[in-house]
Write a protein that binds this ligand. Structure first.
Ligand SMILES: [Zn+2]
Ligand SMILES: [Zn+2]
Length: 112
């Protein structure tokens, strides 16, 4: 009788390439919030940080949902990768910003 208590399955070692790819895919899926439109939000938060550009309130991972991305030119399709059209605003300041925009239009404020 032959006993081989220490059997090493060398052939079962995972191929590194395939493994790395699947991990990357999983991470991508986890990091992606889902809908396409919210993609720029994550980028803007990364570029500008978790801080409101207006009131300076700081946020963390737990409160980051209160921080929104405002488009400076009002066009949410204009999403330059350098973040130049984005402004991180807390929900309160964001609301305020858009209320002003509307009022500004009524009063023709931008006309100098
Ligand atoms: Zn704010
Ligand atoms: Zn906005």
């Amino acid at each position: 009788m032959k006993n081989k208590p220490y059997r090493i399955h060398k052939k079962h070692q995972p191929q590194k390439k395939v493994n790395d790819e699947s991990i990357e895919e999983t991470l991508k899926k986890l990091q992606k919030p889902g809908p396409k439109g919210s993609d720029y939000r994550e980028r803007s938060l990364k570029i500008h940080g978790l801080i409101c550009a207006k009131c300076g309130r700081e946020f963390d991972e737990e409160t980051r949902h209160l921080l929104t991305v405002h488009h400076k030119d009002g066009n949410n399709l204009n999403n330059p990768p350098d973040g130049s059209n984005w402004e991180n605003l807390c929900v309160y300041c964001h609301d305020d910003e858009h209320t002003r925009e509307l009022l500004g239009k009524y009063f023709n404020k931008g006309d100098e």
